[in-house]
Design a protein around this ligand. Structure first.
Ligand code: ASP
Length: 295
């Protein structure tokens, strides 16, 4: 059976204001196209998901990299993970201070191979050793992120997950899958809080025996349900990618009252996505087909 290489991207579960929805989804479509182009060049699903996520980290409209939300002290504390499903190699960073592309640092962790997850200043030290520049954090903080943070601290908006997390899943022509997720987490989160995104099996998971998934939404609920691993188990038990995505989000709501979304690709390149929030922007690029998007 031939598999058509595919890249599916999300731009976070939440509620994007109506007037911004089309542009938010279009950003995901552009990232998916870039991911597929990288897949074509390299033949690697891992390279594809890193490329797609990196583009959205640089886009200030999303809650990852530049434009990510702020913690209770007004600082960036970034979480990201990448995993490939063939040898289960993975790399992740969490509660990391400002760096432009957390997903590229996570990927350097994967390549380095000594450890899977680095936190806080240790993650920063690893990044600097690997040649990543430590930027002026102010250059990565947008007016919108600062405004949102001020509103939460002043009690004018709910403390809570920010929306706009980014993630990607991909499958190459040989059925090798990969997943990546990157986020600033929740607005005004406690210092040291780490969400689901950088935790394998919770926000990010990939295994060629089943597929790959990236979750978004209320991190504490996704962590407790190890949602992306759950999706992969459902696929092993015979569910399609779409059935598994639907079942996982139904479980998130029914068991914990959690809100969120998920994107999934199985090892044959079939995709699924589901949400129980108002929106979850997504973009899809598949070899031989027009790319499209939705929310
Ligand atoms: N899941 C992320 C977190 O809790 C937030 C999100 O997906 O919007 O850190």
């Amino acid at each position: 059976m031939t598999i058509q290489p595919v890249v599916l991207v999300h731009g976070g579960a939440g509620e994007v204001p109506e007037g911004m929805r089309a542009a938010h989804a279009e950003g995901c479509r552009v990232a998916a196209i870039a991911g597929l182009a990288r897949l074509r060049e390299t033949g690697s699903a891992l390279e594809a998901v890193v490329r797609a996520v990196e583009i959205l980290e640089d886009d200030p409209r999303y809650n990852a990299g530049t434009g990510a939300c702020l913690d209770e002290e007004g600082a960036l504390a970034l979480d990201a993970a990448v995993m490939e499903g063939t040898s289960l190699r993975a790399g992740a960073v969490c509660a990391m201070p400002a760096f432009r592309s957390p997903i590229r640092i996570a990927r350097a962790v994967l390549e380095d191979g000594r450890h899977v997850l680095y936190a806080g200043e240790g993650a920063a030290r690893f990044a600097i050793e690997r040649g990543f520049e430590r930027p002026d954090p102010a250059a990565m903080i947008t007016d919108a992120a600062r405004e949102r943070w001020k509103n939460v601290l002043a009690g004018r908006a709910d403390r809570g997950w920010a929306g706009g997390t980014v993630g990607a899943v991909a499958c190459d022509a040989e059925g090798r899958v990969a997943a990546a997720t990157s986020t600033g987490g929740m607005v005004a989160k406690r210092v040291g809080r780490v969400g689901d995104s950088p935790i394998l099996g919770a926000g990010t998971y990939a295994d060629d025996e089943s597929g790959a998934a990236s979750a978004t939404g209320e991190g504490e609920a996704i962590l407790r349900l190890t949602l992306t691993r759950h999706v992969c188990e459902l696929i092993v038990r015979g569910a399609s990618a779409q059935e598994a995505a639907d079942a996982a989000i139904a479980r998130l709501g029914a068991k914990l009252g959690g809100a969120g979304g998920i994107i999934v690709v199985d090892r044959l390149g079939r995709i699924g996505h589901a949400r129980n929030t108002h929106t979850m922007s997504w973009g899809l690029a598949r070899e031989g087909h027009d790319a499209h998007s939705g929310h």
